[in-house]
Design a protein around this ligand. Structure first.
Ligand code: SAM
Length: 273
């Protein structure tokens, strides 16, 4: 295993002062990074997509675990540090400069299965999460998602019906995938520390229920949670056939979206698909 300088030293040598605009909060603790890289299981010889490697803390943990890493980074200041890291792990690291939101990930990974690991700014992380979990094609090419979010967003992803945090993200993450809160990360683990606590969510694809259109499910959750305090008979009024479907399934139309379980949303979408 190549001996590497501490990440703090890499940051100083390459002058990588954290940019607020790019949501940069770096992880420097190598033990913590190794624990994060271990969350998807044994990565030896596996393809990994890392979004936002920054100075390469998580990247080096993934390379040490034997993964073949493709990393997308928007900040070109980080590229020399990542190139240096790539030299220490020949043929294991490919770095792409660009915006992960504008890149077709399946194409980038050559149409082969891959794991995703990422520590991203909140807005980019949520947009990518919605994209990775959406679409009619299932199972996806990705085999697992291991993603850092601010704690409140992580709670929304793993929430159950009836809980305050339950909403669209929970239904999206749970109707054909398994999502769990894998690790809480204290704000002091980051340099500079963000204002809020973070947590890592781990997601794996599950079987997609038959006869359900993902688009219909998205439409239903959008309408239902768009007015989450309203009764279903009001919030679902604009979805053709939804009120009849509620009656057919014996779901009381005076309930609110936050009480409707993932299974009930799936049953509704199936009737309407
Ligand atoms: N992975 C490193 C770590 O854990 O220390 C850096 C994490 S930092 C929170 C987020 C990284 O994502 C930054 O390096 C930032 O430049 C990069 N980034 C932000 N938006 C991006 C985007 N749309 N596409 C690719 N990278 C992005």
């Amino acid at each position: 295993m190549p001996d590497l300088p501490p990440i703090r030293e890499v940051i100083q040598r390459h002058n990588l002062a954290a940019s607020k605009a790019l949501g940069q909060n770096f992880l420097l603790d190598e033990q913590l990074l190794a624990r994060i890289a271990a969350l998807p299981g044994d990565l030896a010889g596996q393809q990994v997509l890392e979004v936002g490697p920054g100075p390469g803390g998580l990247t080096r943990a993934l390379l040490r675990a034997g993964a073949k890493v493709t990393a997308i980074e928007m900040d070109r200041r980080c590229l020399p540090a990542l190139a240096e890291l790539g030299e220490r792990f020949p043929r294991q690291l490919t770095v792409i400069e660009g915006d992960a939101l504008k890149i077709n990930h399946a194409e980038l990974m050559g149409g082969a299965p891959f794991h995703v690991l990422s520590n991203l700014p909140y807005n980019v992380g949520t947009a990518l999460f919605v994209r990775w979990l959406g679409g009619e094609v299932w199972p996806p090419l990705w085999q697992s998602l291991t993603l850092m979010f601010q704690r409140e967003v992580a709670d929304r992803i793993v929430a159950n019906a009836g809980e305050d945090a339950y909403g669209r993200l929970a239904v999206l993450a749970q109707w054909r995938a398994e999502a769990r809160l894998a690790m809480k990360v204290h704000r002091s683990a980051f340099t500079p520390p963000p204002k809020v606590m973070s947590a890592i969510v781990h997601v794996t694809p599950a079987t997609m229920p038959e006869g359900v259109s993902a688009r219909m499910l998205e439409r239903l959750t959008e309408a239902a949670f768009g007015q989450r305090r309203k009764m279903l008979r009001q919030s679902l009024k604009g979805v053709p056939g939804a009120l009849e479907a509620l009656a057919n399934l014996g779901i009381d139309e005076t309930r609110r979206a936050e009480t409707v379980s993932v299974e009930e949303f799936v049953a509704l979408a199936k009737l309407l698909s």
